[in-house]
Design a binder for this molecule. Structure first.
Ligand code: DC
Length: 224
């Protein structure tokens, strides 16, 4: 079977990483969570007060961008690849609310995107990568052999997220998802949009297992 790149895009909390991890494990491919890279840059900005009271000092960010090193290391105990910021494992910290509330300010900056996209392209040059994000099929791997655009209703995505974050109200989660959807799809730099040749998977009514089986078929066709 041919080694391919699999590009997975879609809205926040629609299960992109779940299917990406399943596919990477099944085919022994490398899984790259590109959202984690923008989160790590955001964490750097919060730690160094480049973002202060929700306001970003863009000039400072641009001057320090070459000091921000984001990488991944495979954790064989947990069987996952973890995100590192300047050599420190930040896998837990980047998932917190502090980062989630500020990350879209970072992911819309052109110079940040250019830096992340060039790292992502380099990772994919030998194929065998499953990458998820917002611009993978359109910008990072426009030549990916398989492009998936995952979607689910806002209500379903909010319920799934609520099950994970029980101390946050459903209303707050819906509001946060609506804001992030709007930010992701309306920003000037590489907005979230479906690649022309992407296959749309609406998983509102699909179980994780049903989705996996359906996508496995597409993978096997693309690998022929
Ligand atoms: O998928 P996530 O919530 O971890 O993404 C974090 C942020 O990064 C979110 O604002 C969307 C943005 N993002 C992006 O702009 N491009 C990507 N390829 C991946 C994520």
């Amino acid at each position: 079977m041919k080694k391919i790149n699999i590009a997975i895009d879609g809205h926040s909390s629609c299960g992109k990483s779940t299917i990406a991890k399943q596919l990477a494990k099944y085919f022994s491919y490398l899984y790259i969570d590109t959202g984690a890279m923008y989160r790590a840059v955001c964490l750097y900005c919060l730690q160094t007060k480049i973002i202060l009271d929700g306001v970003i000092d863009k000039k400072r960010l641009l001057s320090e961008l070459n000091q921000i090193e984001v990488s991944f290391q495979y954790n064989s105990d947990k069987n996952v690849s973890e995100t590192y910021l300047n050599g420190m494992n930040v896998e837990q910290e980047i998932r917190g609310l502090w980062v989630s509330e500020n990350v879209s300010k970072i992911s819309k900056i052109k110079a940040v995107r250019e830096k992340m996209v060039s790292i992502q392209k380099a990772i994919g040059q030998h194929r065998g990568v499953v990458m998820d994000g917002r611009d993978i099929g359109t910008v990072v791997f426009p030549d990916a052999e398989l492009k998936l655009f995952i979607t689910a209703s806002l209500k379903e995505r909010a319920h799934r997220r609520h099950a994970e974050l029980q101390d946050v109200s459903l209303e707050d989660i819906i509001k946060n998802l609506e804001d992030r959807d709007l930010d992701d799809s309306t920003r000037t730099e590489n907005p979230l949009k479906q690649a022309k040749d992407a296959i749309i998977i609406d998983n509102t009514k699909l179980s994780i297992d049903e989705q996996f089986k359906r996508i496995l078929n597409y993978c096997e066709q693309a690998m022929k």
